[in-house]
Design a protein around this ligand. Structure first.
Ligand code: FES
Length: 180
C-alpha cells in the first residue's frame, strides 16, 4: 500500500460513512417529518378540510332552517354511515346562509330545530339556541359551531372535514358582508 493511496482510502471511507449516516438520518426523518406535517396533509394525502356540496340552493327555502347531510371528505372504507354527517342549514335570504354543526356546544349531543318556537334544543341537558345559533339558555357556554360556506354554481358548499370550532370568527366574517 503506497503513501499516496492512504488518504484516498481514508477519504473514501469518510465519504462512505457520511453517506451512510445521511441515509440513515433520512430514513429516520421520514416518519418524524410525516407525523409533524400530517395535520396539514390530512389522510390519504387529502387535506382534512375540503369544500363539500350540500345541494342546490332551491333545496333550502328562504327563511327556513333545514337538515342536510354530507359525506365526510376524510373517510375510510370501514366508516360506513358514520361518515354521513348531518348539519343544520339556515337560509336567511338570497345567498345568505348559516350552516350549523349538529353538535351541541356543551357536550356534543345532536341538537334539533323546532320551527314553531324558532329554537334549537338539545335533548341531553336542556341547552337552547336561537335561530342564528347563538346561545339562549342552558349549560352551553356559547352558540352553535358554524361551518364556513360558499355558494358555487348554484350549490351550497361547506368547508368540511373537521368539526367546526371557529364559529365566532365565521359569524364575524358573515356580519361584515351582510346586515343579518
Ligand atoms: S350536550 Fe347539549 S346541553 Fe349538554
Amino acid at each position: 500500500m503506497s503513501e499516496t493511496q492512504q488518504p484516498t482510502r481514508r477519504t473514501m471511507l469518510t465519504r462512505l460513512g457520511i453517506l451512510l449516516n445521511a441515509g440513515i438520518g433520512a430514513v429516520l426523518a421520514v416518519p418524524v417529518v410525516s407525523y409533524i406535517l400530517s395535520p396539514l396533509r390530512g389522510k390519504n394525502g387529502k387535506p382534512y378540510n375540503q369544500w363539500v356540496r350540500l345541494g342546490p340552493l332551491e333545496q333550502f327555502p328562504e327563511g327556513e332552517t333545514r337538515l342536510a347531510t354530507f359525506r365526510n371528505p376524510v373517510v375510510r372504507p370501514w366508516d360506513g354511515q358514520t361518515a354521513d354527517i348531518p348539519c343544520w342549514v339556515r337560509r336567511i335570504e338570497g345567498e345568505q346562509f348559516q350552516v350549523f354543526a349538529i353538535n351541541c356546544a356543551h357536550l356534543g349531543c345532536p341538537v334539533r330545530w323546532f320551527a314553531a318556537s324558532g329554537l334549537f334544543m338539545c335533548p341531553c341537558h336542556g341547552g337552547v339556541y336561537y335561530a342564528d345559533g347563538s346561545r339562549a339558555s342552558g349549560p352551553p357556554e356559547r352558540g352553535l359551531f358554524e361551518y364556513e360556506h360558499k355558494v358555487e354554481d348554484g350549490q351550497l358548499a361547506i368547508l368540511a372535514g373537521q368539526l367546526p370550532t371557529l364559529a365566532a370568527e365565521n359569524r364575524t366574517a358573515r356580519r361584515k358582508t351582510c346586515d343579518c
